[in-house]
Write a protein that binds this ligand. Structure first.
Ligand code: ZN
Length: 433
C-alpha cells in the first residue's frame, strides 16, 4: 500500500511509461508497472515528471520591488545598483518578508522548490538579512531557501561591509558571497576574493560570488577564485555566478582558465535572462551577448546551473519564477539547440542546480524525496520549448499546487474543437530521440 502512485510518467532521462510509488514522503518504488493500491493516484498520461526546479541564483530581498522608488531608466547594472541604494534605507523587515513570501507563492506554482538567494549585507541594520531568515523559516516546509551573504556595495569598497558580512554569517546565513569586480581596483577585487575564501574555509561554508559580471575581458577574478579555492581546499564548494567577462576574453587565456576552474571543481551559474539584458550596453554594433561560455564549461565537466537572478526589481522588470523561461533564453543565447543540448539545459535548471545547492534526497531514485513537478509536455525538450504548464507540484508526496491543463477552444468550421499546444511535436522528432 502506497500513499500516492503517479502512473504512466515520462522521466527526464528518457524512460517512458513509469509508475512512481510514494510512501511516507519518499519514493518507495519506481518501475514500469506497480501492481498495488494507493491512497491517491495521479495519471500522468505520458507527461514529463521531473524533480522540482531549482534556482541557484536569486535576489529575494529585492524581488517584486519594481518601481520603488522609481524605474531604472538606463536599464544598466550600475543604475540598478544605484536604485537599490536609494530603496534600501526605506526598507522594513515586514515589507521584505511580505514581498518574498509572495514570490515564494509564485515559485511554488511554477514547481520551483529550492532557491539560493543572495541577501544584501551592506545595510548595518541588516534589515534584509533579518527578513529573509524569517522567510526561510516560514517556507521551510515547501521551499528549500539557502541564503548567501552578499556585500552588494563591495566588501572593501563599502564602509562596514566586512563586519556586517561576518554578523550575517553569525545570524545563520549559509553561504559566503562577494563581488570582486565591483571593488575599487582589480587588486582590491583579488584581495576580497582571498579574504572571503579564507572566511569560508574557517567557517566551513560554501562560497558563491557575483564574479566578473562585466564585458571587460580583463576582469579575471574567476582565476583568483579558482586559485584560492584550491589553496583553501574548498574544491566542490565554490560557485562563480555570471562570469560574463569570459564571453569577451581572449581564447588563448580561456584555454588555460577553464581547466583551472575544472581542477578547482568550481560550479558556474550563468543568468541568461538578466545578462542578455544588461551586457553589451557599451557596444554599438555588433553587440556582445555577454553570456559565459556554457557549452565549453559543460564539456570540461564543470557543473553549470542557470539562475533566474531577478524578478521585477531594480535590475530586471520581467520574469515570472519560471525556470523553463530561463532555460529557453539560455538555449537561444548559447545556440544549444540539439536534443542532447536541450537535455543538458533541462539538467541545468534541475539536477545540476540541486548539486550546486547540495540538496539531499533530490532526484527520481528509490529513497529520494517524493518531490515532483508534472509538466504538460512529454519530454525535457518539449518542456523548454513550451515553457510547459505545471499540472501538479508535489512536495513529500502531497500536492501543493495544481493548474488546469492549458488548452484553447477553437470556433472554426471543420477544424478541431480543442488545441493543446503540447500535442504538436512532430512524430519524426519523437522517433528520432
Ligand atoms: Zn545576482
Amino acid at each position: 500500500m502506497f500513499d500516492l502512485i503517479i502512473r504512466n510518467a515520462n522521466l527526464p532521462d528518457g524512460r517512458m511509461g513509469i509508475d512512481i510509488g510514494v510512501r511516507a514522503g519518499a519514493i518507495a518504488e519506481i518501475a514500469p508497472t506497480i501492481a498495488a493500491e494507493a491512497g491517491e493516484e495521479i495519471d500522468a498520461s505520458g507527461c514529463l515528471v521531473s524533480p522540482p526546479f531549482v534556482d541557484p541564483h536569486f535576489h529575494m530581498d529585492a524581488t517584486l520591488s519594481l518601481g520603488l522608488p522609481r524605474m531604472n531608466v538606463s536599464g544598466t547594472l550600475l543604475e540598478g545598483i544605484a536604485l537599490w541604494g536609494e530603496l534600501r534605507p526605506t526598507l522594513t523587515t515586514e515589507a521584505v518578508v511580505e514581498r518574498a513570501l509572495r514570490y515564494c507563492d509564485l515559485a511554488v506554482s511554477q514547481g520551483l522548490l529550492a532557491i539560493r538567494s543572495h541577501v544584501d549585507v551592506s545595510d548595518p541594520e541588516l534589515v534584509t538579512v533579518k527578513g529573509l531568515l524569517e522567510v526561510k523559516e516560514k517556507v521551510a516546509s515547501y521551499i528549500d531557501l539557502q541564503l548567501v551573504a552578499f556585500p552588494q556595495d563591495g566588501y572593501y569598497r563599502a564602509p562596514g561591509a566586512a563586519e556586517a558580512l561576518e554578523r550575517a554569517l553569525d545570524m545563520g546565513v549559509d553561504v559566503v558571497g562577494g563581488i570582486p569586480h565591483f571593488e575599487r581596483t582589480m587588486d582590491d577585487g583579488a584581495r576580497s576574493t582571498a579574504a572571503l575564501c579564507r572566511i569560508a574555509a574557517e567557517r566551513g561554508l560554501p562560497v558563491d560570488f557575483h564574479c566578473d559580471e562585466t564585458d571587460d575581458p580583463n576582469s579575471r577574478h574567476i582565476e583568483t577564485l579558482a586559485a584560492e579555492t584550491i589553496r583553501h581546499g574548498l574544491q566542490g564548494r565554490v560557485a562563480g555566478s555570471h562570469l560574463t567577462s569570459m564571453h569577451s576574453m581572449d581564447n588563448y587565456y580561456v584555454s588555460k582558465l577553464i581547466p583551472l576552474m575544472a581542477e578547482a571543481q568550481i560550479s558556474a551559474i550563468p543568468n541568461p535572462l538578466i545578462n542578455i539584458m544588461l551586457q553589451g550596453r557599451h557596444d554599438t554594433y555588433p553587440k556582445r551577448r555577454g553570456m559565459t561560455r556554457v557549452p565549453e564549461l559543460m564539456a570540461a565537466g564543470i557543473t553549470v546551473g542557470f539562475g533566474h537572478d531577478c524578478v521585477m526589481d531594480p535590475w530586471y522588470s520581467m520574469g515570472s519564477g519560471d525556470m523553463l523561461e530561463v532555460a529557453h533564453m539560455a538555449l537561444h543565447v548559447t545556440q544549444m539547440g540539439s536534443i542532447e543540448n536541450k537535455r543538458a539545459l533541462f539538467d541545468a535548471v534541475t539536477v545540476n542546480s540541486a548539486k550546486i545547492l547540495g540538496l539531499e534526497g533530490y532526484g527520481l531514485e528509490k529513497g529520494c524525496n517524493a518531490d515532483f513537478v508534472i509538466l504538460q509536455a512529454r519530454d525535457p525538450q518539449e518542456a523548454i520549448r513550451l515553457k510547459a504548464n505545471r499540472l501538479f507540484v508535489i512536495k513529500r508526496g502531497k500536492v501543493i499546487a495544481d493548474t488546469a491543463p492549458r488548452v484553447a477552444r477553437l470556433h472554426l468550421e471543420g477544424r478541431p474543437e480543442i488545441v493543446d499546444g503540447a500535442s504538436y511535436a512532430p512524430i519524426a522528432q519523437i522517433d528520432n530521440q
